[in-house]
Design a protein around this ligand. Structure first.
Ligand code: ACO
Length: 320
């Protein structure tokens, strides 16, 4: 028994911010951002919350799957930017969509969050504990940026993507995932400071900070290796795969992965241009866009891969 993706959905905030808009408030340019990253605009929330965006994406996914919210056993949200420390975004979504029967919790694996959530759903379904799961990746990264740091704040966006997965004979064909906590400080974001009056506060920043070049080196070596590993596990070759749906961090990372796999870059669809990097939401939003454009036929084989802070990484092969 494995899991099959029965429906997808996504939500992007209405407010669009272009590179030129950013150049009006900081020393940057469309040329600098687009040439180094591939990003031209991003959606940033004004009113939306992480849970509201998740619920909108979830409803689309449920509709396509032909499943009622009450039929869900499990809701997992991959996020590092929920609206509350507690309750979890998954519990908020459960209430918003009326999934009374479901068990709901979040996982934090940064940009690998959706993939880790999907694999967790797979483990529950494969073992027979649950039947139907809603898996979401959702972020409001604009909350966590240092808007005085042009080297990071131009990279990220906000949004949510969702998939409904159910028990089936075919679907997920292979999965690898990994973590390396020793490299955690390459890409990090400190939690709020301790306000206990009996101790001295640290002065560490409470926004995202990143060693971009270290992240780049990690990504261009780990992502092709994890894709090769998952293909081997599934008994498939690069040539068997129709599309490679990678976490959308940077076009140069995607180009490098394509080159290392000796795969045509046209088999690597992107959302970077209009979304930027939305961490855990990148992969499910990309999957939903590819699905909605009618690019997928039953039986197509796809690779999905996430990589990011932790450090964490994961890759899956699915049959659509
Ligand atoms: N606009 C204009 N100039 C800028 C900007 C900006 N937005 N940001 C930085 N610069 C300047 C720097 O100040 C520096 O100037 P200096 O030479 O006068 O000191 C110069 O550009 C080069 O800065 P670097 O940080 O060395 O830029 P680099 O060429 O490494 O590119 C980038 C930065 C695009 C982030 C790159 O490191 C990269 O591709 N990293 C991969 C990691 C990544 O994409 N992370 C995204 C999130 S992580 C994830 O999702 C897993």
């Amino acid at each position: 028994m494995t899991i099959r993706i029965m429906g997808t959905g996504s939500y992007l905030p209405e407010n669009i911010v272009t590179n030129d808009d950013l150049a009006k408030i900081m020393d940057t340019s469309d040329e600098w951002i687009a040439s180094r990253t591939g990003i031209r605009k991003r959606h940033l929330v004004k009113e939306e919350t992480t849970a509201q965006m998740s619920a909108k994406a979830a409803k689309q996914a449920l509709k396509e799957a032909g499943l009622k919210a009450e039929e869900l056993d499990l809701i997992i949200v991959g996020t590092l930017s929920g609206d509350y420390v507690t309750p979890s975004t998954a519990c908020e979504v459960q209430a918003m969509i009326g999934a009374d029967k479901a068990v709901a919790f979040d996982v934090n694996a940064a940009c690998s969050g959706f993939m880790f959530a999907m694999n967790t759903a797979y483990a529950f379904i494969q073992s027979g504990i649950y039947q139907n799961a809603l898996v979401i990746g959702a972020e409001i990264l604009s909350r966590l940026m240092d808007w005085n740091d042009r080297s990071t704040c131009v990279l990220f966006g906000d949004g949510a993507g969702a998939a409904v997965v159910t028990a089936d004979e075919k679907g997920l064909l292979g999965f690898v995932q990994g973590s390396d906590g020793t490299k955690g400080m390459v890409l990090a974001c400190k939690n709020r400071l301790n306000n206990n009056p009996l101790i001295k506060n640290s002065v560490e920043p409470d926004h995202v900070f990143m060693d971009g070049q270290e992240v780049y080196k990690f990504a261009v070596s780990t992502v092709p290796a994890s894709i090769q590993a998952v293909l081997e596990e599934a008994g498939l070759e690069v040539s068997d795969i129709k599309y490679f749906l990678l976490h959308q961090a940077n076009i140069r990372i995607i180009q490098s992965v394509a080159k290392r796999l000796k795969a045509d870059i046209n088999r690597f669809p992107t959302t970077l241009e209009h979304c930027g990097n939305i961490s855990a939401a990148s992969v499910p939003i990309l999957l939903d866009e590819v699905n909605k454009k009618g690019m997928l036929q039953r039986g197509d084989k796809l690779v999905m891969a996430g990589f990011g802070a932790g450090l964490t990484w994961s890759a899956a092969v699915i049959e659509w």
